[in-house]
Design a protein. Structure first.
Length: 420
């Protein structure tokens, strides 16, 4: 096997992996199907959707009048009247709240339902971030396994060369033993990484409500998504569902305060009584035995005002609570935004650094290998540089994974929608 050709090919593939591309890269495209699966199957998200649907049902409940009452009474001892004894009474009554009360109640329920929808959207965005944060470690793990397996192949080639040098009396047997030690380390590392893969599969599949070890499609290469930093303005987080939900809750409390005011107004009731009257025996007179029909009007007088005042005060205090909670959420998002930006810049710098260090170390390794093939000297230093190259490749894979995770986190912080 041509070692120099193998090393150059490996370096070329590595540099292809870390080229920067515009936003909405292959990484986002390949994750799209998993976002869709998670949105359809994740039980936590489905629970949030059910809560939203339940909140929608409140609108019809509070928008309706109270049920009318129908009563029946039978006179055990008939009440004698001029036109005959009363035998039974039917009463029908319907109460009506003060004008505008039903609409105000409906406004409260509608706003709270819309707030519940924003809570659902926030839960969905969190789930998308969790799916991405669970996917990229799987990609990194596969890269690490590939790196270690390539390293094993390279070490096996080194062993062949070291053995040949020893047989030709151009190198010591210690060189062969050193390679064996490195080979054992890499083989053990591959086994450990493969064991770790089951744990990461479980973490990822639980988000999709699938079997723990269901297969996950992992990309061979990951194109790096660049980003344009938006300016930190008051409107930066305006689209975040957390802030929308809290703003809607404030409006709901304003409508609830209006409901409390209207509940302190009189309630009207309209009814109709129908009395069955028997005829008086032995008497001829106008309207003898004629039934009685009597319209009724009732008015509830809200004398005890403390309960209504307390409801208004409660609604006012809740408005203040939601306003302060909104400001706290905005502050938290701002802090997270700044920290995530720093981590993005840091990892982008690390990616560029590890690319450069990998390329330079590879050049050094190529020169050292050529020298060793000629004189059989400095094999231990050759292995040390080769291990340094392995270290940089591992660090590069880790930095790429962290960079992608932070991009996904930035999308969540900014409340960005995904086409799932």
């Amino acid at each position: 096997m041509n070692i120099l050709k193998y090393q150059k090919t490996s370096l070329t593939l590595l540099t292809i992996v870390v080229v920067f591309f515009p936003k909405y890269s292959q990484a986002q495209s390949s994750l799209q199907e998993y976002f869709t699966l998670a949105a359809e199957q994740n039980p936590g998200l489905q629970a949030q959707n059910a809560r939203f649907e339940a909140a929608m049902q409140q609108i019809d409940q509070v928008n309706s009048l109270e049920d009318p009452t129908l009563s029946f009474g039978y006179f055990i001892s008939p009440v004698e009247t001029r036109v005959g004894p009363q035998r039974a009474r039917f009463s029908f009554n319907q109460k009506f709240p003060w004008f505008g009360t039903l609409k105000a109640r409906g406004d409260v329920a509608a706003l709270q339902a819309e707030a519940a929808y924003q809570t659902f959207i926030d839960a969905r965005n969190q789930l998308y971030y969790q799916v991405a944060a669970a996917y990229y470690p799987l990609y990194e793990l596969q890269q690490l396994i590939d790196i270690e397996q390539e390293n094993i192949e390279l070490l096996q080639s080194y062993k062949q060369i070291a053995t040949s040098q020893f047989e030709n009396a151009k190198g010591p047997m210690a060189d062969v033993l050193r390679v064996d030690l490195r080979l054992k380390e890499s083989e053990t590392e591959v086994e450990i990484l493969k064991e770790k893969r089951e744990m990461l599969f479980t973490t990822f599949n639980m988000l999709l409500d699938r079997e723990p070890l269901a297969p996950v499609k992992i990309m061979d290469t990951l194109t790096m998504a660049d980003f344009n930093e938006p300016g930190l303005t008051d409107s930066l987080f305006a689209g975040h569902p957390q802030l929308r939900e809290l703003a809607l809750q404030q409006k709901a409390m304003q409508a609830k305060e209006r409901v409390a005011q209207l509940q302190g107004m009189p309630r009207l009731g309209f009814g109709l009584d129908y009395v069955l009257v028997d005829e008086r025996a032995g008497t001829e007179m106008p309207d003898n035995g004629k039934d009685v029909l009597m319209p009724t009007v009732t008015v509830s007088i809200p004398i005890f005002r403390k309960q209504y005042q307390a409801r208004q005060k409660e609604a006012q205090l809740m408005q203040e609570a939601y306003a302060r909670q909104e400001q706290a959420a905005r502050n938290s998002l701002t802090d997270s935004y700044q920290q995530t930006l720093f981590e993005l810049y840091k990892n982008r710098q690390y990616i560029e650094l590890y690319q450069e260090q990998t390329a330079q170390t590879q050049q050094v390794l190529n020169l050292m290998f050529s020298a060793y093939a000629n004189d059989g000297q400095n094999f231990e230093e050759l292995l040390r540089v080769q291990q340094q190259l392995l270290k940089y490749r591992r660090l590069l894979a880790e930095a790429i994974r962290q960079y992608q995770e932070q991009l996904a986190e930035l999308d969540y912080i900014l409340g960005k929608e995904k086409n799932s």
